[in-house]
Write a protein that binds this ligand. Structure first.
Ligand SMILES: C[S@@+](CC[C@H](N)C(=O)[O-])C[C@H]1O[C@@H](n2cnc3c(N)ncnc32)[C@H](O)[C@@H]1O
Length: 250
C-alpha cells in the first residue's frame, strides 16, 4: 500500500514541480516566446527528466513526457467536456478501488481457459470461484463447457461487476457473480479457487487460504507466486505476457 502511495505521490510531485518551473520561467522572462503547446512539450521533457533522475520505472517516464502535451493537444480539439466526464466516471467505476485493493483490472488470456479446461473435473460435480472476477469472461467461458461445475465470481469494481452480471444471464444456473470484497467471503465451500491479482495481496491470500480452504481443494494463481510457498505445479501459458499458472493442492 505504502509503495503504491509513494510512487503515486512521486508522480504527482514530479508533475507539479515541472509545471511550476516552466510556469515561473515563462513569467520571469520575455525573450523566448513559444506557443502553449510548445511550452507543454518543454514541461513534458522536464517532467520526464525529473522522473528519470528519481529512477522511476520507464513507463512512468513516458507518462510524464506525454501527459501535459496530450492534455493541451486534446483541449485544442474542442471535444465536449461531457466525453471527459463520461470517461472519468468509467475509469472511476473500474479502477476507483485499486488504490485500496492494490489489484487493477486486467484480463486472463484465452490460454488460461484452455489450460483450466484440462485441469477441471470432466464428470464429477465441483465448484469454482474467481477471486476478483473482472468482467466475467473466464467464468462464463468455463461455465459453457463444464456443465458439471458451479462457477462463482466475486468482484468489487461496479462496472466490471455489471458487465459480468449481464454476461452471466445466459448461464444463470451455473454462473453467479457477487458484489463485494473476496476477503469477506469464506473459501471453504469451493473445490477450486482461482486468483489473478497482484504481488501485494498474495501473502495475506495464503493466510486466508490456509485457514479456510478444505483439504484436497486446489488454489490456482495466475502469474503471482506466494512468497515462501512453493507451488505443487507450474504451467507455462505461452500467452502475450508469457505468464504462468501456479497450483497449490491444499
Ligand atoms: C487482474 S483482474 C482479473 C480479472 C479476472 N479474474 C480475469 O482473470 O480475467 C483482478 C480483478 O480483481 C478485482 N479485485 C481486486 N481486489 C478485489 C477484492 N478485494 N474483492 C473483489 N474483487 C477484487 C479487481 O477489480 C479486478 O477486476
Amino acid at each position: 500500500m505504502l509503495k503504491l502511495q509513494h510512487s503515486t505521490l512521486k508522480a504527482l510531485l514530479t508533475q507539479i514541480i515541472a509545471t511550476l518551473i516552466i510556469g515561473l520561467f515563462v513569467m520571469a522572462q520575455s525573450t523566448i516566446t513559444l506557443s502553449l503547446f510548445e511550452w507543454s512539450v518543454l514541461q513534458g521533457l522536464l517532467a520526464g527528466l525529473i522522473s528519470y533522475c528519481l529512477r522511476m520505472p520507464a513507463w512512468w517516464i513516458f507518462i510524464h513526457l506525454a501527459f501535459i502535451p496530450l492534455a493541451i493537444a486534446t483541449l485544442a480539439l474542442e471535444i465536449s467536456s461531457l466525453w471527459f466526464l463520461s470517461l472519468f466516471l468509467c475509469l472511476l467505476l473500474i479502477y476507483g478501488k485499486t488504490y485500496k485493493t492494490q489489484v487493477p483490472l486486467y484480463l486472463s488470456s484465452k490460454n488460461v481457459n484452455v489450460v483450466l479446461d484440462t485441469l477441471l473435473p470432466k464428470q464429477e460435480q465441483f465448484s469454482f470461484v474467481d477471486l476478483g472476477s473482472g468482467c466475467g469472461g473466464l467464468l462464463n467461458n468455463l461455465a459453457k463447457v463444464h456443465k458439471n461445475g458451479l462457477f462463482y465470481g466475486i468482484e468489487s469494481a461496479p462496472l466490471p461487476l455489471l458487465i459480468s452480471k449481464l454476461r452471466s444471464l445466459p448461464n444463470h444456473g451455473s454462473c453467479q457473480i457477487f458484489w463485494g470484497s473476496f476477503w469477506e467471503y469464506d473459501l471453504s465451500q469451493y473445490d477450486v479457487v482461482y486468483a489473478y491479482l497482484s504481488p501485494i495481496p498474495m501473502e495475506s491470500l495464503w493466510r486466508k487460504v490456509s485457514k479456510e480452504m478444505r483439504p484436497g481443494s486446489l488454489l490456482i494463481s495466475n502469474t503471482f507466486l506466494i512468497p515462501g510457498v512453493t507451488p505443487h505445479k507450474s504451467i507455462q501459458l505461452n500467452d502475450f505476457s508469457n505468464s504462468t499458472l501456479y497450483l497449490w493442492k491444499i
